[in-house]
Design a protein. Sequence first.
Length: 306
Amino acid sequence: MTAVPPAAPPAKPHALTGLEIAAIVAIIVVWGVNNAGAKLATEQLSPLLVGAIRFGIATACLLVFVRPPFPDWKSLTLIVILGGPIQYGLAYTAYWMATDVSPVTVANQLWIPFTTLFAFLILGERLSKAALIGMGVAFVGVAWMTLDAHALQDWKAILVAIAAGAAWGVTTVVARRTTSIPPLKMQGLLALGAFPVMAFGSAVFEHGQWEAVKAASPMVWAALLWAGITSSVLATTLLFWLVQRREAGRVTPYLLVTPVVSMLIGWGLMGDVLTPQILTGSAITMGGVALVALAERGLRAGAAKA
């Protein structure tokens, strides 16, 4: 009987190319700047108005990608409303309420643990021990960060940011059980759904919008254009290109560097206070989030999040 030769060991994944590394760095920078820009914009404009303008710009850029076929209308409605005006409305409100950029940005990263948790609760997906530990570490990190004497003044904003992350977590889980939607199409659908809802919400619940728009500084308009075009279109396109070439789980962990960019901008240019406790809590949080992302290699990269 002829001996069967031993199976060859599985091939190691090829190293990221220079172009792929450049794309990852670009996404991290774009998203990191966008977080700081959200805080800058909401210092002069009301949060729902910021969202309406951002998604008005994004709609104009992405409308061409919104075409049939569409997934089940119930799932689509939930994705567009929950992931659009609700999630972004909460996120912009958190930045509007906050004194500093950093704690809110870190707290919002809990969307990754929330996605894993809701996938377990809603879809019955397996919850690994490593992911469970990572979730606990991430939430402990946010709690420790928030208990800092300086960060504590932003506790309401941090809670709102956590709620925004939870909303995005549910959105991601619902998107998993629908027909695959290309990220630019999803961004177009989100923008198309968010723009009128946030504009209506601003008209009903906010005041002095026209005066604020006229008084807005060039930096605010640059932040809005950055959010509507560079983040919603460019970063999404780069991420789409990356996940076509690589598994999402291979790319996602690198994107967790994004809050570091936001924190550096907040500290260096916007007067954020970064105490040892805030830095330690942030590091613990991102370590826990990274553990969840690495444990759940199938986690979607969240292409529409940018």
